[in-house]
Design a protein around this ligand. Structure first.
Ligand SMILES: *Cc1c(COP(=O)(O)O)cnc(C)c1O
Length: 465
């Protein structure tokens, strides 16, 4: 499989290069040149299969030019052995044809582990093959940092630096990052906001000399390999529920659009998916876009579901590329206009096409708390606020009650204990392996939001390693 940019003007690359490259040189995102098909009978077979076996079959066409089958198989099996259940992403029956797909059984209790446990290992494999090392730098408002650290810790070819805004992430989120003792992991609390952290990362990447000398790299959610890994659980859920004989619908609490775009990819590969519901919190750019065809940037408001507090959903560009018949020039024009003017509108025919399968709902904090409370009262089950946005949106927008609706449970409730306690009066305990998290020693640096200081720090740490 070769990969092309959504803006049509970057080199065509193989999987190994796409993995390490991130953003394409023309500012676009890499997508596969064509969508492989799962073939007849695949879902029936997957209904009985173990998760790693399905994962191997679903992902193989995307990687086959760049990695040996045995090596890939070993990486896939190792990645998913870190989950606390052999099912990896189990389904939970909510009744009335509604299901939760539990994506939080990985080491950091959020769905990002499903992709990053694989991507960390793929990075390491590809770098060793090339005899190269990289310095991963990333900014986090919470979940991504811990999942990236957990995926990259103790890997020989990787140093990882994660910047979080000092005092602005929850204690559980901070400790999941700062209690990792590995020598290649470096946490920095930046005296500033998440935006300051992101600006620092951008400043590091913009310094071309530094970027080349330190081999800077990113594992952010525009990386194709992350999307690829997320296709698998759509296939698994559809296979288990209907064996490919009937359609399934999905509702996905959405931020950067990476997770729900993986559902689109699954659909293109042949999974019968009749409906995608995109759940948003008060930051509802996607709800407005799916209703009107106009995408307009507003300011970001903090909410109870912070991993979805986002202005621009980068991965939406991949869906627009398909909607525009894979015409990179048109996508480039659209995205540049959006960046320049803060707003862009697609034509009514394209909007109608999109709305055949896609719709979005906004679930604000009050509604989120009500969903958490309802589920607890009715089923005795605790769900996290992101999951609640997905479930709330599913209830509003579900089209056909005879079709199973699968809601993505993207985080364990113990990751957001304050919101869960506010809604239910019950504070969810951390699961076994993390039970002593609050007693573990922490290790992190505190630095001002100042590029020169941060660069000097990076160089000092790397020189000492
Ligand atoms: C990252 C995240 C999301 C949003 O996923 P996207 O792929 O960015 O749309 C939703 N819920 C949780 C808990 C997350 O960590």
């Amino acid at each position: 499989m070769k990969y092309v940019s959504t803006r049509g003007a970057a080199p065509v690359l193989a999987f190994g290069d796409v993995l390490l490259t991130g953003l394409a040189r023309d500012g676009g995102l890499y997508v596969p040149e064509s969508w492989p098909s799962l073939g007849p009978g695949a879902l029936e077979r997957f209904a009985e299969a173990e998760y790693p076996d399905t994962a191997l079959e679903v992902m193989w066409p995307y990687v086959e030019d760049s990695i040996e089958r045995d090596a890939f198989e070993a990486i896939v099996r190792d990645a998913y052995s870190t989950f606390d259940t052999p099912e990896v992403t189990p389904l939970y029956d909510l009744g009335d044809g509604l299901w939760l797909l539990e994506l939080f059984h990985g080491p950091t209790l959020a769905f990002k582990d499903v992709a990053l446990q694989l991507v960390g290992r793929l990075f390491d494999h590809e770098l060793r093959r090339r005899g190269e090392r990289v310095t991963i730098v990333g900014a986090t408002s919470g979940d991504t940092g811990s999942a990236a650290i957990e995926a990259c810790r103790d890997r020989e070819s990787i140093e990882i630096f994660i910047f979080h805004p000092a005092g602005r992430v929850s204690e559980v989120q901070r400790r999941q990052m700062t209690t990792v003792g590995s020598a290649n992991v470096h946490n920095v609390a930046i005296e500033g906001t998440f935006d300051d952290c992101q600006d620092l990362v951008k400043a590091l990447f913009a310094d071309q000399e530094l970027r080349d000398r330190l081999h800077l790299a990113a594992v952010n959610s525009i990386n194709w390999a992350r999307v690829m890994a997320q296709i698998v659980y759509y296939v698994v859920a559809a296979a288990k529920l209907e064996r490919g004989a009937a359609p399934v619908a999905f509702s996905v609490p959405t931020g950067n659009f990476g997770n729900v775009f993986a559902g689109y990819a699954a659909q293109r590969m042949g999974v019968p998916i009749s409906q995608f519901v995109v759940g948003s919190n008060r930051n509802d750019i996607l709800t407005r876009f799916l209703a009107s065809g106009t995408m307009t940037i507003h300011e970001v408001h903090p909410t109870l579901s912070p991993s979805m507090d986002i202005q621009v959903s980068s991965n939406l560009e991949r869906l627009l590329f398909e909607l525009y018949g894979r015409d990179g020039a048109q996508v480039a024009e659209l995205m540049l206009r959006f960046r320049a003017e803060g707003t862009v509108t697609i034509d009514p025919d394209r909007l109608a096409l999109l709305r055949e399968h896609w719709s979005g709902a906004r679930i604000d904090d009050d509604a989120t708390l009500r969903v958490i409370a309802d589920v607890h009262r009715e089923l005795g089950l605790l769900i996290d606020p992101h999951t609640a946005v997905g479930l709330g949106a599913a209830r509003v927008l579900r089209r056909d009650r005879s079709v199973p609706m699968v809601v993505h449970a993207t985080a364990h409730p113990a990751k957001f204990p304050d919101a869960v306690e506010q809604a239910t009066g019950v504070r969810p305990p951390l699961p076994g392996p993390l039970a002593d998290l609050l007693e573990r020693p922490e290790r992190y640096e505190i630095l001002p939001a100042e590029p020169t200081t941060v660069k000097r720090y990076l160089e000092q740490v790397l020189a000492a390693r």
